[in-house]
Design a protein around this ligand. Structure first.
Ligand code: ZN
Length: 278
């Protein structure tokens, strides 16, 4: 569930580890079904241990930790993963840990309740092979209106479904797609190929504004409470949601009809039939 704003919040939250040396790395004692560590535990350890952290980054919905040997640790939270500097929400779901040479921040932890996320340690070539162009689209915060239109305008897919395709555009997920289309006043079922230039511009503007604003609020923590920032605190953008998970509530745009929920490609979409006409 963490999307661009939540993952970017995690990335910013772990900045204090830049410059630290990694003393030890590996899985923590966890009795749950093990998460994926790639290429394998031994190689991951060998590539990480003893290295200094030179920077952090993000690709789509993944947090990157760059090392002095040019390898990169990639944390992919998928549904319930968190990258943390402070004590995790529970000990039993703690999955992976970097022990650091810092007195104030002794560990960087990967926690994952459902355990669907992963830790990859890539060489520069592997990073490009797995997460480079062709495997992952340009970042949603790095495109222009022209690039956005160019990516999607040949597609006959509904815009809501297309926005979730990480190979086309990286970072937007189910929650923010509904919010973006509501702000842009575009019907979620509208085909990309039928969209006007003006509508691409509206979607672009809504996307930049909403993602930037959500980062400012440190992401959205939903009712399940799973998502937390790097210090195990909740985000605040859930209070700004206009349509997501608000089925049956009055539309904040027109105040005349109720928000509806439909299912597109097995995912819930929330929208207003009046504000988001074709
Ligand atoms: Zn409305």
């Amino acid at each position: 569930m963490p999307e661009l704003p939540e993952v970017e919040t995690m990335r910013r939250g772990i900045k204090p580890v830049v410059g630290a040396r990694i003393i030890k790395a590996g899985r923590t004692r966890c009795t749950r079904k093990p998460i994926t560590v790639w290429p394998n535990d031994r190689t991951a350890k060998r590539r990480i241990e003893g290295q200094q952290i030179t920077g952090t980054g993000r690709r789509g919905k993944r947090v990157l930790v760059h090392l002095e040997n040019e390898n990169t640790i990639v944390f992919e939270p998928r549904m319930t993963g968190l990258v943390l500097l402070s004590d995790p929400p529970t000990m039993e779901h703690l999955r992976f840990q970097l022990q650091l040479s810092l007195a104030k921040t002794p560990t960087l932890q990967y926690w994952d309740r459902r355990g669907l996320g992963s830790v990859h340690v890539f060489t520069p070539d592997e990073l490009e092979e797995h997460l480079g162009p062709g495997r992952l689209g340009p970042d949603a915060l790095a495109v222009t209106p022209e690039i956005l239109a160019e990516i999607f305008k040949g597609s006959r897919r509904p815009i809501k479904v297309a926005l979730l395709d990480q190979v086309a555009l990286a970072g937007v997920g189910n929650l923010y797609a509904s919010e973006i289309l509501f702000r842009a006043r575009v019907h979620p079922k509208k085909r990309c190929s039928a969209m006007s230039q003006q509508q691409w511009l509206l979607i672009y503007t809504a996307m930049q504004d909403i993602l930037t604003d959500a980062i400012k609020h440190e992401g959205s923590t939903l009712n399940d409470g799973t998502y937390r920032n790097a210090l195990n605190d909740p985000g605040g953008y859930q209070n700004q949601h206009q349509v997501y998970d608000r089925e049956g509530l009055p539309c904040p745009g027109c105040n005349e009809v109720l928000i509806v929920r439909i299912v597109q490609a097995q995912r819930s979409t929330f929208f207003c039939k009046k504000c988001q006409g074709y």
